[in-house]
Design a protein around this ligand. Sequence first.
Ligand code: GLN
Length: 186
Amino acid sequence: MKIAVLALQGAFVEHEAVLRQLGHTPFEVRKLEDWNQPKDGLILPGGESTTMMRLLKDEGLFEPIRQEILAGLPVMGTCAGMILLAKGRLECMDIEVLRNAYGRQLGSFNTVGRVDEVGEDVLMTFIRAPYIQSYQESVRPLAVVDGRTVAARQGNRIACSFHPELTDDTRWHRYFLRICETKDKQ
Ligand code: GLN
């Protein structure tokens, strides 16, 4: 499948490597011309969400991307990408997130835990991560760490606070690719 990866800023190269490893074809989105090609899904990577918001608007990508997600394009947001999907940004998921607020420390740490629909013992790498503060009934929480929701799904849209692209565990990406494969059958 052809998967768009937002490449304005942040950890997009790592997502592309996982997609290639799993036999798929990523392409980078920086401009409207990049965006305007056929795609089976979209990844919004980690990075700095305020900078990404500004660049999305400057490049005229904000509304086209939002409309395609709302029309059913599967999307995965990791860390800053989760922030982009939330209320107050692209508003494609009914979640409210708290930035730079998760966990026992503001810096980086790893933990292992269950992610519903994905598996047990998933290695979760947090880097100045957000968490989901509240969500509506349309949203299914998938993972909770220290009492805080760190992954969720709403239809074809999934988001996580952690960085699956920085680990060797490809289950989260495979979960997303299954959503991309079956999107028209749901
Ligand atoms: N702290 C970043 C933000 O608020 C997110 C961190 C990340 O993506 N690793 O945008």
